[in-house]
Design a protein. Structure first.
Length: 246
């Protein structure tokens, strides 16, 4: 089986995050190279958290602005598009100009990108956070997930780490389409960092993207999807009589 072998690393809240009061939201950042599955995983994580009763905002930080596509099923206008239309008059921007409700109640924002050949990814992330703060939206969420392109164009895209409590790196060996994981294994051993999960290449995930749905939504129509685990409640007696090898 081919592996899209994500190294998923969680960097805990550290001294740099002390500016975020503990009672406030949790901020997550998802990073790595293109087409590895960041947005796919981000959308599914966002819904999973929303289903646990959290108020979730997913912020796509990629000029491609397709992070939230499987949540909203369209390419929502970006913050940069909207600011340009409003001639950078922040006072004329309303929350529903830039925040779109996605599947499962997840709120969605796309930063958009800097002008080609100029500008900085950090600038667009900064403008996005500034605008969301001015709209009083930044503090309304239990969880904000930044889905950030990783390895290309602009060091400024590291900006979400200024806000993030945890970071998840989704990666693979040098090429995206390889069954080998030896380079990743060497890397995590020398860092060292844990590999939290290895995701197989799943045809239904690929199809879910084409259909503009997350697995959570797909499973509503396609009951034979066996990659989404929706646990059933087990009555106490059944739980205690589960076969045991001990
Ligand atoms: P990124 O955000 O890292 O650029 P995407 O989430 O857009 O990557 O995924 C790129 C493509 O790979 C999409 O078409 C998606 O459906 C597909 N994909 C992602 N994860 C998997 C997986 N585990 N199995 C099969 N296809 C996947
Ligand atoms: Mg993406």
């Amino acid at each position: 089986m081919l592996l899209l072998g994500p190294i998923i690393v969680i960097l805990p809240r550290d001294q740099y995050s002390t500016r975020i009061p503990a009672e406030q939201k949790l901020i997550l950042a998802v990073y790595e190279k293109g087409k590895i599955g960041k947005s796919t995983i981000s959308c599914n994580i966002s819904i999973a958290l929303a289903r646990r009763g959290k108020k979730v905002l997913q912020i796509g930080c990629d000029p491609k602005h397709d992070s939230t596509f499987t949540l909203t099923r369209f390419l929502i206008p970006t913050i940069i598009d909207t600011l340009q239309v409003k001639d950078y008059h922040y006072e004329n921007v309303w929350p529903n100009d830039v925040i779109y409700k996605g599947y499962g109640g997840v709120d969605c924002v796309e930063t958009g990108g800097p002008p080609a050949g100029a500008g900085c990814g950090g600038y667009v992330v900064g403008e996005t956070t500034k605008l969301l703060k001015e709209l009083n939206a930044f503090y309304e969420y239990d969880i904000i997930l930044f889905d950030v392109l990783g390895d290309v164009v602009c060091g400024g895209f590291v900006a979400p780490l200024n806000y993030a409590d945890y970071c998840r790196i989704i990666t693979d060996n040098v090429g995206n389409r390889t069954s080998e994981r030896d380079l990743i294994d060497k890397y995590v051993e020398s860092c060292p960092m844990p590999v939290l999960e290895v995701l197989p290449l799943v045809e239904d995930i690929r199809i879910s993207r084409v259909k503009g749905k997350t697995l959570f939504e797909m499973v509503e129509y396609q009951e034979n999807l066996n990659y989404v685990f929706i646990p059933r409640e087990i009555p106490d007696r059944e739980l205690f009589s589960l076969p045991s090898d001990f």
